[in-house]
Design a binder for this molecule. Structure first.
Ligand code: CP
Length: 322
């Protein structure tokens, strides 16, 4: 999938479409900027005036979302921007308007950034080609969810200081997960060793080509991992027969307290992009337990999206103090 053409901003890209083509230095620039925003937020200090101030961020969410939509909206508002939110049900796509015509119509209203969540892989790339403004991929089908992966990296750095040298395990429905794909690309670029574990029916064909280790058994996969990322079983995307039942999935791939205590490192981080299925991919004891950083991920989502918006509209690279 081709990436967006270059731009004169600090990232050197017009749009954020995925992590596959982001370099180490581009990811570093985004994480540093988010870290500066986090320090200011934690210290209750004012944010510097943003180039987005009094501009408009258009949010097209043509698939359901709580975290991504809410945090992009908050991020834009914390930067002083206005937002225009459209959802599939409330828009003229219900009357048959195409994505092309919808996007061109929105462009005519002169927003400064467009954020798109869509069920079709490649739809943000299409809009990037036809629109004269930055496009941010907020999740396209099974393909990528770059800001989720970047906020996950930010959270790992918060707790572990760095990503290089860490072992990260992703468990569950890798085949249908844009979060897994974006995380694999970004984590590997930043120097982590990535492994995946799940039923073979939920792993993409030739998964090893993504440069990951593959485990069939969760107990073996958990050993020595610094971070364990759990994925939601996406019932809306499964075809019949891919798993025998949710109960069977949980028996073999669900993470619970006794399993963690027996096989995982004592300081393992448990992550989940949400929404979680309590009692399926993890028990409430694990979701709400001392290893869980799930709500830290959510909080970082706002700050990371502020950084992405800031950088794409031409804000200077903010470097954190080492
Ligand atoms: N993680 C994530 O994308 O969650 P939402 O679907 O709630 O945005």
């Amino acid at each position: 999938m081709e990436n967006s053409h270059t731009s004169s901003n600090a990232l050197g890209i017009k749009s954020l479409l995925g992590t596959e083509t982001l370099s180490h230095s581009q990811i570093r620039t985004i994480l540093d900027c988010a870290s500066v925003y986090k320090t200011l937020w934690d210290q209750k200090k004012a944010f510097p005036k943003s180039p987005l101030s009094e501009k408009t961020v258009s949010l097209l969410f043509f698939e359901n979302s709580t975290r991504t939509r809410g945090s992009f909206e908050l991020a834009a508002k914390r930067l002083g921007a206005n937002t225009m939110v459209l959802t599939q049900d409330g828009s003229s796509t219900k009357k048959g308007e195409t994505l092309y015509d919808t996007a061109k119509t929105i462009e005519a209203m002169a927003p400064h950034v467009l954020v798109l969540r869509h069920a079709s892989a490649g739809s943000p790339h299409h809009l990037d080609r036809i629109l004269n403004l930055p496009v941010i991929n907020a999740g396209d089908g099974f393909h990528e969810h770059p800001t989720q992966a970047l906020l996950d990296l930010m959270t790992i750095e918060d707790f572990r200081g760095q990503i290089a040298g860490l072992k990260v395990l992703i468990v569950g429905d890798i085949a249908h997960s844009r979060v897994a794909r974006s995380n694999i690309y970004a984590l590997k670029t930043m120097g982590a060793t990535v492994s995946v574990c799940g039923p073979r029916t939920l792993l993409p064909p030739k998964v090893e080509k993504l440069g990951v280790n593959v485990f069939d058994r969760l107990d073996q996969a958990l050993e020595g991992q610094d971070v364990v990322m759990l994925l939601r079983i996406q019932t809306e995307r499964l075809t019949p027969g891919q798993i025998p039942s949710q109960g069977e999935y949980t028996r073999f791939y669900g993470v619970n307290g006794p399993l963690l205590r027996k096989y995982a490192k004592p300081d393992v981080l448990i992550m989940h992009p949400g929404p979680i299925n309590r009692g399926v991919e993890l028990t409430p004891e694990v979701a709400d337990g001392p290893h869980s950083v799930i709500l830290n991920q959510v909080a970082n989502g706002v700050l990371l999206r502020m950084a992405v918006l800031h950088l794409l509209v031409g804000g200077e690279a903010l470097r954190r103090n080492k």
